[in-house]
Design a protein. Structure first.
Length: 211
């Protein structure tokens, strides 16, 4: 399926490309990424297909020189391939080194579609928690779920805390938060009843073990 997203922030692009935001900024600052693939305004944005070339640049650094990778990007862009046509591209630096874009394309396209699903999962409604981003159909703040995921909370415990959420929704909530990092200090929230019960269980287990 062709992903519908056409323009992304650097945070979104980092997820789709499977790299850090710092690496994307480095490619832009050093003019490695062709200029037609991004807009360097106050808030940088990149085209969807830029994610493929960003992933390509870093995933092939052990087999292609930097010059060969830049040349491959520029040659492919000169042919003005569509997103789906890019999957068939291949590059050779020598008789022994050949790179096919298909596997890299598949990974990037999958993450782009997950990113789209994550964006569709979350809503901001002034009538729900004063516009706090929540998971659609619930009153569960998406950043609360993501913070627990980032803290390494086991999936089983997350399901106890948020029984209405599926494992897929939990994963997408984490992805949404990474793609849309909060600015400033997050508001302090009282833990939900289920979260308090979970914390109590953990303390009870610790006490029974002499902790």
């Amino acid at each position: 399926m062709e992903a519908a997203i056409e323009s992304l922030t650097t945070s979104e692009a980092a997820i789709a490309a499977g790299v850090t935001v710092a690496k994307i900024n480095r490619m832009i600052d050093k003019r490695i990424l062709p200029k037609m693939l991004y807009k360097a305004s106050q808030n940088r944005t990149v085209r969807k297909d830029a994610c493929l070339w960003i992933a390509f640049y870093f995933e092939t650094e052990d087999v292609l020189t930097s010059g060969a990778r830049v040349k491959a990007m520029r040659n492919a862009l000169a042919h003005n391939h569509s997103w789906t046509e890019l999957r068939q591209c291949k590059f050779e630096e020598s008789r022994t080194v050949q790179v096919l874009l298909s596997s890299i394309w598949d990974d990037v396209d999958r993450r782009l579609n997950q990113l789209r699903q994550a964006q569709e999962l979350v809503i901001e409604d002034p009538e729900i928690l004063r516009g706090t981003p929540v998971i659609r159909g619930t009153r569960i703040p998406v950043y609360d779920v993501a913070s627990l995921v980032d803290a390494g909370t086991p999936l089983e415990e997350l399901r106890e805390i948020y029984p209405k959420l599926t494992p897929s929704q939990i994963e997408l909530a984490s992805m949404y938060a990474k793609a849309n990092p909060q600015r400033g200090r997050p508001r302090r929230r009282h833990p939900s009843k289920s979260l308090s019960v979970s914390i109590s269980k953990k303390r009870l287990r610790s006490s029974s073990l002499g902790g």
